[in-house]
Design a protein around this ligand. Structure first.
Ligand SMILES: *Cc1c(COP(=O)(O)O)cnc(C)c1O
Length: 452
């Protein structure tokens, strides 16, 4: 990594090399990015193009260094280019990249997942979290012979047509498409309910229970900021789905192998009422490579081709290099790794609480295991409506104050802050210092703007 002393923080807001790359990218890639949140639209400015990462650090095209608090949106739980993962990837790649036949490495990765999450009898490997939720829905529909699905507002399950839907006006009415290109017929099979609302769930099932194939939920929501299920919510999901012959799909793409060695299930489960029927995984289990999985009950998974009639496939599914990266990452997730994640996350959250309190900045920190996020508002956040009642503009100012100081936060206030076990004391101290300085800076701006 560069140690060029002319490129130490504070960095200017202009980032010439990143800006030039963005312009170049825009000519050939819509918006210049391959996933919208990367574009910085909600915080403003040009996204930083990264050229390498090592441990907790990223280095951008202008040679500036940042402590990384995105961690690729979760996968880099061991930090960037971890030596063991790198060695596993090199070894696998040297054996060839993809064969279109079964390989041993994908079996080992599947075993690692099945052994960790007790209710998961088998998994099918896919290439993204989106594919995992899409396929889980298909197998749930095939198993139940029903087509409707319940999801919760503010939960993100990838860009599956049926799951890109917003709540209609009534609680149990079918949903409206969230995006042009999603047919009303796809979204129309989706019922969107408020998260953590058992009464709304019961009402929806009372009305349409025999049409509903599955409820899909984030095991603990992380895509509206971190909003864990209220005590008893997951049990209610299990009870209601069982009573009506529907399946429960627990989306652990973000929480899986991060919140605990067995994900959110390891934090909250096992449940008195049973277990989710299907789980989806991604992010951490790929170690930074495109691999993901869905799995669960043996009789449900038996519906999949070639054993059963539900079709699902993938040219690169179970890719040996990706499987090697995922396996090395999961095996590297020792108890010490989870302890370190906890220590780092709490050090950062404590610094936010202290600095924001000192400068009278409204804030609320919420947790799911060591996953946390900072809401720019006061008071408990239980659902998407409450998550939206925050000062997104203040977050944008804070984000840029941190970026100038060499800390790369997620470029949206609706995201979890991701840490890794490679965040050592140097990195943590750097972030803590930046939090205090940034809070002081933006509090001053906000005071200047207040009408008083
Ligand atoms: C990231 C995410 C997905 C989508 O995964 P991709 O690999 O981006 O397709 C699905 N569900 C949850 C909970 C996620 O956080």
């Amino acid at each position: 990594m560069s140690t060029d002393p002319t490129r130490t923080p504070p960095y200017p807001d202009e980032a010439p090399r990143s800006e030039a790359l963005l312009e170049q990218a825009r000519r050939v890639i819509p918006g210049g990015v391959n996933s919208p949140v990367r574009a910085f639209r909600s915080v403003g400015g040009a996204p930083r193009f990264m050229r390498r990462g090592r441990g907790p650090w990223l280095e951008d095209a202008d040679g500036r260094r940042y402590v990384d608090l995105i961690c690729s949106w979760g996968p880099m739980i061991l930090g960037h280019a971890h030596p063991d993962v790198l060695a596993a990837v090199r070894e696998a790649a040297a054996d060839g990249f993809s064969f279109g036949t079964p390989t041993e490495r994908e079996v080992l990765l599947a075993e690692e997942i099945v052994h960790r999450v007790e209710p998961v009898a088998s998994v099918r490997l896919v290439n993204s979290g989106t594919e995992a939720t899409m396929s889980a829905l298909r197998v749930a529909r095939g198993f139940t012979g029903r087509s409707a699905v319940v999801k919760f507002a503010g939960c993100y399950h990838g860009h599956v047509d049926a799951l890109l839907a917003s709540a209609g006006s009534g609680v149990a009415t079918f949903a409206l498409p969230d995006s042009p290109g999603v047919p009303a017929s796809s979204a129309g099979e989706t019922i969107v309910l408020p998260y953590n609302d058992v009464a709304a769930l019961e009402a929806a099932f009372a009305e349409r229970g025999d049409e509903i194939a599955a409820v899909i939920t984030e095991a603990a929501a992380g895509n509206m900021g971190v909003v864990p299920p209220e005590p008893g919510f997951t049990e209610a999901l299990l009870r209601v789905t069982r009573a009506h012959g529907a399946l429960l799909i627990s989306d652990e793409v973000m929480t899986g192998f991060r919140c605990s060695p067995s994900g959110w299930f390891g934090v909250e489960g096992p449940y008195a009422t049973g277990a989710p029927d299907l789980f989806t995984f991604g992010k951490v289990m790929g170690g930074g490579f495109p691999t993901a999985a869905f799995g669960g009950r043996a009789d449900v998974m038996a519906m999949l081709a070639p054993d059963g009639p539900v079709y699902q496939a993938g040219t690169l599914s179970g890719n040996p290099v990706a499987s090697a990266a995922g396996l090395a990452t999961l095996r590297g997730c020792t108890p010490e790794v989870y302890e370190r994640l906890d220590v780092v996350a709490h050090a950062l959250a404590d610094a936010v609480a202290e600095a924001f309190t000192r400068h009278s900045m409204p804030h609320r920190i919420q947790w799911a295991g060591s996953m946390f996020s900072v809401f720019f508002r006061e008071g408990r956040v239980r659902d998407f409506g409450e998550a939206k009642e925050q000062d997104a503009a203040a977050y944008g100012r804070f984000f840029h104050a941190m970026l100038r100081r060499g800390v790369h936060l997620p470029p949206s206030c609706y995201e979890s802050w991701f840490v890794s076990a490679a965040h050592d004391d140097t990195a943590v101290d750097h972030v803590v210092g930046a939090i205090h300085a940034s809070a002081a800076e933006i509090a001053q701006v906000d005071m200047g703007r207040s009408p008083a």
